[in-house]
Design a protein around this ligand. Structure first.
Ligand SMILES: Nc1ncnc2c1ncn2[C@@H]1O[C@H](COP(=O)(O)OP(=O)(O)OP(=O)(O)O)[C@@H](O)[C@H]1O
Length: 285
């Protein structure tokens, strides 16, 4: 497997505040990676470093380029969506398409037409005349028509309702993603991207607290709804989290053999949201 992003000792400080604290990670081609963390954790700062939009310390290689010194070359292979509300309101749809055609060397106009013709968006409408969902469709159509190897999404569906959020990700998967491309996405709506991701990175206070593939997570983390009489046994195995569901105790374990856990009660894989809560609390102890 080839890494398309390698960060080694990546750090970013604003004055004396350390927003990103010497993190190291790598992202392989053909992966969809969720960069997840609470507000202020450092997600956007990491994305900005990847895109060459901020200075940083440490080493960063993105598609073979140094984002700080080779941003122009890098941008030919990377596409970036911040929240979808960034398109100017006065711009007409046809002007937006025209603009991207002119500024992006790898923009495929035919593809953009194909995507837009599947929507109800009128070429002569102004952005301010479109619904939020249509703006998202326009944005997505533009982005998916750029033949990029890496797509970076920072909270892409902020402000959209659940139907459009689901449609956004479904379309992205169906029309953009393939094994030659990679996606890095930050979001607070973990539940929505959970089934989309191949890999997960949790970040908190500028540090990585989990970096694993979804398969590894399925192997390593197990939740058990423990029978009343086995609660002490479960606690002795050092669960990373304990919670109550309808009066029953549910424990989350990290790296404990599944056959041992199966003797305590019903086992299943934790949701990413539950795992997130557990990892965030664990660091606060
Ligand atoms: N330009 C800046 N000047 C000073 N501090 C900054 C600047 N940009 C970010 N920070 C701080 O760095 C930390 C990380 O910010 P960042 O935007 O990367 O977080 P985030 O994980 O993307 O958060 P959110 O989910 O709220 O968008 C925060 O404490 C933020 O206040």
């Amino acid at each position: 497997m080839s890494a398309i992003i390698t960060a080694s000792g990546l750090s970013k400080s604003y004055g004396s505040f350390h927003a990103v604290k010497s993190v190291s990670f790598s992202i392989e081609r053909g992966k969809i990676v969720g960069l997840v963390g609470p507000n202020g954790a450092g997600k956007t700062t990491v994305l900005k470093a990847i895109l060459g939009l901020t200075s940083y310390n440490g080493k960063l290689d993105v598609l073979g380029y140094d984002p700080q010194t080779q941003r122009d070359l890098l941008m030919q292979k990377v596409c970036f969506i911040a929240d979808v509300a960034v398109l100017p309101k006065w711009l007409k749809v046809c002007e937006a398409v025209e603009f991207v055609t002119q500024v992006h060397p790898h923009f495929n106009l035919e593809r953009a037409k194909y995507f837009l013709n599947k929507t109800k968006i009128n070429w002569n409408s102004k952005v301010k005349e479109l619904s939020k969902g249509m703006v998202a469709q326009l944005h997505l159509a533009l982005v998916m028509s750029i033949e990029a190897e890496l797509l970076v999404l920072d909270e892409p569906t902020l402000g959209l309702d659940i139907l459009y959020r689901k449609e956004f990700y479904n379309q992205l998967l169906a029309e953009f993603f393939d094994e030659g491309r990679s996606i890095v996405v930050t979001t607070h709506q973990i539940e929505e991207v959970e089934n989309l991701l191949t890999d997960l990175i949790f970040i908190r206070d500028g540090e990585i607290v989990l970096d694993a593939s979804m398969d590894e997570i399925g192997q390593k983390y197990v939740e058990v709804m423990v029978r009343r009489e086995d609660i002490e046994k479960a606690q002795a195995l050092n669960p990373v989290m304990e919670r109550e569901v309808f009066g029953r105790k549910v424990f989350l374990f990290e790296g404990v053999a599944k056959d041992v856990l199966e003797t305590l009660g019903e086992t299943h894989s934790p949701s990413v949201a539950d795992l997130f809560v557990a990892k965030m609390k664990e660091r606060q102890l």
